[in-house]
Design a protein around this ligand. Structure first.
Ligand SMILES: [Zn+2]
Length: 351
């Protein structure tokens, strides 16, 4: 699920610009609204122009682009993963990876969450994630949380595929816009995740900032109670990012993660929500990008450098095709079965 983070734009931009002098040096002309390091020709041109003593002294990815590359296919990508050529795979995931788990996208015109909030008596749909509105009137968000809390939905094959990447030691990091917790539920450890729009796994008092486990919030909500701080009586909010709040500090791992990636997988996102969307431009110019999505989006609308690969259609179908090409079908099946069995055992113990 994706939350709109427009209100972070100015502060994020400021922090990105200040945070990395290295990125400042390599930044060139490109189409990212946040001026993140770019995958575009303008970026490459600016670096090439700085190579005073010939290509040998330039970064390897600049040399890679000194010759025309032929277009990659999803089959090529699968082969290279199998061969161990890609060892640091970054993933950007959005609401599209969770729709097969029964979780609606926020913004789809007919099935999206925002289109179904009429009976919440909100002044406008987005108010449900507005911090000042929540502090004034928490009940709509608390009611919605009963639907969104982790445990109500199960991961699907897209989440388990990402878990498999982790198990094989080739997942550098998974950046997700979703707040459904299904990446964690699939067994991907927190240190491999950047939950860009926050998580229900922890919560915080909105008054004294005392930190609580996610269960403090979810237990109260499940009992239809308003979660209150034991220290000051303030309202407790899960650590998901509302309008008007900063992105989690972990989001800034992108400054070191993206230049290190040797493959970027973009799954189930419209790449419309900033600053998350601009991350797609932050990998090196030689790093292939694979889109598994219903429609072409962002830089995938143009493949002039032959490094953008698309697998279009339902996300889980695209994942299954990639899994088939990788020959990982049996492993994925086993993983899903074993994780479900663990869930079942837990349910039996805690009905
Ligand atoms: Zn408090």
């Amino acid at each position: 699920m994706a939350l709109l983070c427009v209100s972070y734009q100015s502060s994020i931009k400021k922090m990105v610009l200040v945070a990395s002098s290295q990125l400042q040096r390599v930044r060139g002309i490109h189409d990212s609204p946040f001026q993140l390091p770019s995958h575009t020709d303008g970026h490459r041109t600016s670096l090439l122009s700085g190579c005073k003593s010939g290509l040998q002294s330039c970064p390897s990815w600049v040399r890679a682009h000194s010759t025309k590359s032929s277009s990659l296919s999803i089959t090529d990508v699968a082969e290279k993963i199998k061969e161990g050529f890609y060892r640091r795979i970054l993933v950007m995931a959005g609401a599209g990876i969770s729709t097969d788990s029964g979780i609606p996208d926020f913004r789809s015109p007919t099935s999206g969450l925002f289109s179904k909030l009429q009976d919440y008596s909100l002044p406008y749909p987005e108010a449900i994630f507005d911090l000042s509105y929540f502090l004034h009137e928490p009940s709509p968000f608390l009611r919605l949380s009963q639907e969104l809390l982790p445990g109500r939905h199960r991961p699907n094959s897209a989440h388990y595929f990402l878990r498999l990447l982790h198990d094989k030691g080739i997942l550098l990091r998974l950046y997700t816009q979703n707040i459904d917790g299904l990446e964690r539920a699939a067994g991907i450890p927190a240190e491999k995740l950047v939950e860009a729009h926050g998580t229900f796994a922890s919560s915080t008092c909105t008054m004294c900032l005392k930190e609580y486990p996610g269960e403090t919030f979810s237990d109260a909500v499940t009992k239809s109670q308003v979660p209150r701080c034991s220290a000051c009586g303030g309202l407790i909010k899960p650590d998901i990012v509302f309008f008007g709040e900063q992105l989690p500090a972990r989001f800034f791992l992108h400054l070191t993660d993206f230049p290190r990636a040797d493959l970027l997988l973009v799954m189930g996102t419209s790449l419309e929500v900033e600053p998350f969307a601009s991350l797609v431009y932050a990998v090196r110019g030689s790093t292939p990008r694979v889109l598994i999505n219903r429609d072409p989006v962002g830089p995938f609308l143009d493949n002039s450098d032959g490094l953008n690969v698309m697998e279009l259609g339902e996300v889980t179908s695209g994942v299954k095709r990639l899994v088939h090409l990788l020959g990982w079908e049996r492993e994925l099946e086993e993983l899903e079965k074993n994780t479900k069995n663990i869930d079942k055992t837990t349910e039996d113990l805690h009905p």
